[in-house]
Design a protein around this ligand. Sequence first.
Ligand SMILES: [Zn+2]
Ligand SMILES: [Zn+2]
Length: 112
Amino acid sequence: MSPIYKSGAFAQQCFASHRQTLAFKRLGLPSTVILDCTTCDMEHRLTVLRFTSPTSEATEQSGEHLARCVETHRAALRVSAMDIARDYVGLRCDDCHRSFDLDVATFETSRE
Ligand SMILES: [Zn+2]
Ligand SMILES: [Zn+2]
């Protein structure tokens, strides 16, 4: 079994160096978002405390909306922001032109 690194440093590194290959992979509601990176073959698992959207919807609705994006046009989702010092990850859907703010509790990284 490959080791799991409990650190956001790897995800931050991917975002800083090659964000074009850092992609949304899977959503496990209510609280898991999985990103993967084809450059370094790493999988980043985020445990999310809260999904919010700048369009002031309730938290649950933002999560549900994100789930709908995943179902209907997953390829349009991308990572738009990452700041591990603030436990923050931003996702953006190019299809709905909507962004999602993720309040992250833990970052875990493993090799795929
Ligand atoms: Zn990477
Ligand atoms: Zn969408």
